[in-house]
Design a protein. Structure first.
Length: 213
């Protein structure tokens, strides 16, 4: 499944390489921060611009919408995956797809359940580990969020969305120094990436607030 809310940084997620960026929604943060949280899924999903537009259109009612019943076709897809899971509970692709599907409809407890089963089968999956971390982030389990995103970076130290997300998580846990340090490492590794550009903006915002205080 890896965004920006107004004035406040937020976390991204990173799904399998066959996916694209998707933003995660946190309650009680501004619109730009909300867009940042959902920035991360990987490269085969919808385009980032389409995802951003979707988030903008529903940002005001995102938490309400997440509690509503998802579209029938989405639930049918999930049911098909659950049937496949019953037939073969050790199929890695099915587990990851179930985690991703629940992640996309903001049912993060279920996403955690299937992501954890996936990494139990194969633990060296940075994208899945990041999505698991972001799911915990949305469930307000900050320690678990940090643990799994950092675990992803052990397997893939140059994972840009992972580094970006880790900074976002630190920021939202009021650990601004760690957030800035993580983003500065990201900028150093890939200064022209979109993650680095977003990180630069947040670092500047944080420093501006510090200077004005």
């Amino acid at each position: 499944m890896a965004s920006v809310k107004s004035g406040t940084p937020t976390a991204q997620t990173s799904k399998a390489s066959s996916k694209i960026d998707s933003y995660v929604i946190l309650g009680g943060v501004f619109v730009l921060t909300l867009i940042i949280i959902l920035l991360v899924l990987s490269s085969n999903r919808k385009t980032l611009n389409a995802k951003l537009e979707k988030v903008r259109n529903r940002s005001a009612t995102s938490m309400e919408a997440s509690a509503q019943q998802p579209p029938m076709e989405v639930m049918q897809k999930i049911q098909g995956l659950k049937d496949a899971y019953q037939q073969n509970p050790h199929d890695l692709s099915t587990l990851v797809n179930l985690g991703n599907s629940y992640f996309d409809i903001n049912r993060f407890n279920q996403a955690v359940f299937y992501y954890r089963k996936a990494i139990a089968l194969k633990g060296d999956q940075p994208d899945v580990l990041i999505d698991l971390g972001i799911s915990y982030f949305n469930l307000q389990h900050g320690d678990s969020a940090i643990y799994f995103v950092k675990k992803a970076l052990e397997f893939s130290p140059n994972h840009l969305t992972g580094m970006y997300n880790l900074g976002i998580i630190y920021y939202n846990l009021k650990q601004k120094d760690k957030a800035i340090q993580t983003w500065q490492e990201l900028i150093k590794k890939s200064p022209e990436s979109r993650e680095a550009q977003a990180a630069k903006q947040f670092i500047n915002q944080i420093k501006d607030k510090i200077n004005k205080s």
